[in-house]
Design a protein around this ligand. Sequence first.
Ligand code: MIG
Length: 788
Amino acid sequence: MQDTSFAIHPGKEKKLKDQTFHDIGNLKQFIQRDQVFAFQTEKAYVNVIFYRDDIVRVVMNPHQEPELNNSFAVEQGPDSVDVKVDEQEDMLVLSSEHVKVQVCKEPFRINVLDTKGYSLVSDATQGMGFNNDGHVICFKKAYQDDHYYGFGEKTGFLDKRGEKYTMWNSDVYAPHNPETDPLYESIPFFMTLRRGRATGIFFDNTFKTTFNMKVEQSETYSFEAEGGQLDYYVCAGPSPKEVLEQYTALTGRMPLPPKWGLGYHQSRYSYKTDAEVRELVQNFVDKEIPVDAIHLDIHYMNGYRVFTFDQNRFPDPKKLIMDMKEKGIRAVPIVDPGVKVDAEYSIYQEGITNDLFCKYLEGNIFFGDVWPGKSAFPDFTKESTRKWWGESHKFYTELGIEGIWNDMNEPAVFNETKTMDVDVMHDNDGNPKTHRELHNVYGYLMGEATYNGMKELLDQKRPFLLTRAGYAGVQKYAAVWTGDNRSFWEHLEMAIPMCLNLGVSGVAYSGPDVGGFAHDTNGELLTRWTQFGTFTPFFRNHSAIEFVYQEPWQFGEKYEAIIKKYIQLRYKWLPHIYKLFKEASETGVPVMRPLFMEYPDDEETYQLSDQFLIGSNVIIAPVLRPGVKDRIVYLPKGIWHDYWTGETYEGGQRIIAHAELDHLPIYVKSGAILPEANVKPSTAHDVDEMTIHIYPSENGALYELYDDDGETFNYQQKEYFTLELNVKQSSDAVLIDSKVSHQQYKPKWKEIAYKIHGVSSKDTIIYNGENISDVKVQEGYVSFKKAW
Ligand code: MIG
């Protein structure tokens, strides 16, 4: 081609990508249209909208007035907020009760401050801009003591200062190491913590986005997208928990999962036959190891056709599922998006006949190779596809299935780019957009279709959904597991900050494959990992084909006994864990929390990647290395009790926890109240003994025990139970007030065994005004029983 004009093709020059940054320039015009403050600068259009008096949205579009109703994650429009406008010579100041937005005129810059004038989020010397390739970017000032958290599912440690991340849902089987990025989820949200003050930024853009938090030299961080609008929300805090409340007010909260979703789950790629599953179930029953669900990986299907069972391997799935249910165990089948090309397969036929698959602009269907071979992919951006896909789950619900596992929904495709062709044109309900733009919401929309379909079909029962891929707001539909980790100690260690940052990103319900997916695990690793899993919101042991089996009993009795003890411990803690899930579903504050969330003023907590909190007052400090029997634990200010021995520690220091293989270090803070159930084979068996542990504090202790049927939505019709506890401590007495405050559901337990820790027989115990004299005195605590 050297001898034609092609040699001087202008495109050649373009290959040197034009990354020139165009600043949007000075303010030219400002008008207010109802809630919208609309600015026109020399080169762009900017809208500022108060969603609440503590949430501000900024949208910049280089070409036209911003589009405002374009979010996949945010379902609600703005509240009506009282905003004062003060026009000064060099800036406009928009103030609500909680924040002030300074809009500087020349050059156009935006600074968000709190009412005291403390800067929350401020444009840097460079502000908003774009380049000729359609990228949009924003530079913000970084401060020396900024710490950054969130960004969804990322490798590395807790604090993301100094990191750079990309959002592009990716199937990564290769070992996840500190520079493996991106992974399966795209959650373009992060929280800044600066000397105890927290703010959040949600960059709501579904294109590939990049967050550059390498702030050290530039004192600037930036977020950038390959296309679309620069559309972000500032959540003004001021505490980390308030940021979570604000962010999940925008993107939605996790619905309360069924209790069985919180029990122990056992998985394997794959349990391949009816006989194998039955034997597995029988093993759990015989060994008296609690289990709530068995996951069925791809081998259950007929030639990997979704919505089918292989007739030879699983001749009577309905019977299998019924027999399992009789033992209180559910089955969770995997469902991938790829639909096998097969003219005689009804799902494929329906997809073709009703035009439900992803297509190119020219009208030809996109085909890609996945497990079933050549496959088509449902276009979940289309309402009719979501409805069809949801309804198709009738196949599963008719067999008695109540939970679904979505995998490969990045979507993963076996080709060079590992995903769908970015030129595919999604229907997007009549507003067509390329896969390049909508890639990151493919799994999210599959989740929406699946969750809503299951909810409809299950007739008032709560569905369980597990997903690998997602976008901001994925918590509305699914729990997230962290994909293909490996049986490495390093991956056990990495799972803590990964799940903590998922929690900071609105995903309260997450967990890694316990034991590790790929690579051969071993007894010690599985034991330590199970101890950690006991306290991750989602608790599933899963392993890959070709590697050793890793069910609790695979490494001999010594390990089996300890693993069993910890799975049982999960069931003992379920009433508390369930209560924390209820809270997360209402406030967005995660179940598993980084310590800074409770101690935002304590800088010692800012980088703690190897220990975490369950709720507000229980520290879990797993052992993360082979052969290690001692580890350092940081205890923030307060009095802490060793959960196992009752020994107390003054906080504000590091202690060395001794942890033999059967020991997971757990510390409970004075002021905690923790319910404990008796162990049952699964959550299908009602708890009938309730113990309440009280760790009195001079500052008092409050708890609301919550319970409901655990599987329907009746709690939304007030069918639940609450018991309020209010405990006070003086120098020689503990006063307990216990009152059933709501009782439209009746738990099966009739009485409560109270265990009061850190007191002696000399202390007077007063329960609802009555002096309790017949207390049992044990080592470290006294106990008595009462009917509720
Ligand atoms: O690796 O369905 O992450 O949990 O067992 C190929 C088989 C596809 C990836 C998932 C994994 C699952 C496996 N899948």
